[in-house]
Ligand binder design. Structure first.
Ligand SMILES: Cc1cc2nc3c(=O)[nH]c(=O)nc-3n(C[C@H](O)[C@H](O)[C@H](O)COP(=O)(O)OP(=O)(O)OC[C@H]3O[C@@H](n4cnc5c(N)ncnc54)[C@H](O)[C@@H]3O)c2cc1C
Length: 392
């Protein structure tokens, strides 16, 4: 979709492009486009963005946010994704930062917000457990009050990039007697505290990006409780709405679509370009139509969390955004054909002589299966949409 931007918005967009394309190193953006972003790339990028006041625009102005219009926020997100700039770490900027800014104590805000914006602290999300994913409120990790501390016992799993985590925001049960949503608290945990073990989990694409955490009598100072005890579920719902919005990634899908069109034009089935194959074209442009609808929806419902409640629209964005990304990865796999069987190591992925789009197609396809599981599975989102949007 080509937005009819006002002259002010065009100026705004061009200023952003100057930073995204001019200040973020090109090799960082290339690795990002290939799905090969490193920890250092994420840190470098977030610090450059923060230096330019662009790491946490959605936070309150007092803590580095911008009072942007919904259109400006939309331009920011899509331009960032189109330029393949590694996005600021979602755990920091979309999840724990807004929670601390909204519900944290003054002391917590001063201690954590500037460091969170600048990625001096790398946060991990400790919500899911082996028996508590979709039914998150059934979580069993406990935090028992003992003097000035809580003592945490239990297990978290699927912790994305937890291998780099300095701190974890975690949901733990503080009142085992209460109804399950009412006995949960939101705690901030220094991952250097004794009693914590982390173990890697290898994913279907061969990559290592998720972890398990085990807690054995881990002491957390009570001052690291966010908001009120037993109100953690309220904060978690606020956070999950933000998480779902950030998973939609319309700008990324648009970039992948454009790459795929170019790629399909260069691939041949017999004498004809793959891009002219009627079946391929019809699947390709079906995604394009869905992306247009998604972007229009996004523009209608920007600012999706109201009164601390996630908007049902965030479920729609998550569902449709991830469906589009998964379909694009399936088309890329089809386009690559047997070349997708090439194994892309880190060096060959960056070697212009190797058609990286082919070599990475299968890895990318497998990796993106995660999108319909995390942030609340797509089946769960369908349930939310049925209930809250369709009134079924
Ligand atoms: C790659 C990856 C990264 C992740 N990163 C993190 C992270 O950093 N931090 C974190 O806390 N968690 C993380 N998660 C966990 C993620 O949020 C959960 O996997 C997700 O909520 C699903 O929970 P589950 O795995 O326990 O599956 P289950 O809840 O057991 O679901 C199994 C299947 O049943 C379906 N199902 C369950 N209930 C219903 C229902 N009511 N209606 C219809 N269908 C239903 C689900 O859709 C799914 O297909 C990550 C997961 C993955 C795969």
């Amino acid at each position: 979709m080509n937005l009819e931007l006002s002259p002010q918005d065009i100026e705004f967009r061009d200023e952003l492009r100057e930073v995204f394309l001019g200040k973020i190193p090109e090799d960082v953006r290339t690795r990002s486009a290939l799905g090969r972003t490193t920890r250092e790339d994420i840190v470098t990028t977030q610090r450059i963005l923060n230096e330019h006041g662009l790491a946490v625009p959605h936070w309150p102005v007092a803590w580095g946010g911008k009072d942007w219009t919904p259109t400006q926020s939309h331009i920011y997100t899509t331009e960032l994704q189109r330029a393949a700039v590694p996005p600021p770490l979602a755990f920091n900027v979309s999840m724990v930062g807004p929670i601390i800014a909204e519900f944290g104590s003054e002391e917590q805000k001063k201690k954590f917000l500037p460091a969170t914006a600048n990625l001096d602290i790398w946060w991990s999300q400790g919500f899911s457990e082996p028996e508590a994913g979709s039914d998150l409120a059934g979580l069993k990790t406990t935090a028992r009050r003992d003097g000035d501390d809580y003592i945490v016992n239990g297990q978290k799993t699927w912790t994305t990039l937890g291998q780099y985590g300095d701190w974890m925001f975690l949901l733990a049960r503080t009142d085992p007697e209460a109804r399950k949503q009412q006995g949960i608290s939101f705690l901030l945990l220094d991952l250097d505290t004794p009693g914590i073990e982390r173990r890697p989990i290898r994913l279907i694409d061969g990559g290592y990006e998720v972890n398990e955490f085990f807690f054995d009598n881990v002491r957390v100072p009570a001052q690291n409780l966010v908001g009120a005890e037993n109100k953690g579920w309220t904060y978690a719902k606020f956070l999950l709405g933000n998480e779902r919005n950030s998973i939609a990634q319309t700008g990324t899908a648009q970039r992948l679509f454009a790459d795929l069109v170019r790629y399909a034009e260069s691939r041949h089935v017999g004498v004809a370009a793959l891009a002219d194959d009627p079946d391929f074209r019809s699947r390709l442009y079906a995604v394009k139509l869905r992306l247009l609808a998604l972007e229009a929806t996004e523009l209608r419902v920007t600012g999706a969390s109201e009164n601390g409640q996630p908007s049902p629209a965030s479920s729609l964005l998550k569902l449709e955004g991830t469906r589009a990304l998964q379909e694009l990865s399936a088309l890329r796999l089809q386009a690559a054909g047997s070349d997708a069987l090439l194994v892309a190591d880190d060096e060959s992925a960056l070697d212009p002589a190797i058609p990286a789009a082919s070599a990475l197609a299968s890895e990318h396809y497998l990796n993106l299966r995660k999108l319909s599981i995390f942030g609340g599975s797509n089946e769960i989102q369908r349930g939310v949409i049925a209930k809250t949007i369709l009134g079924l």
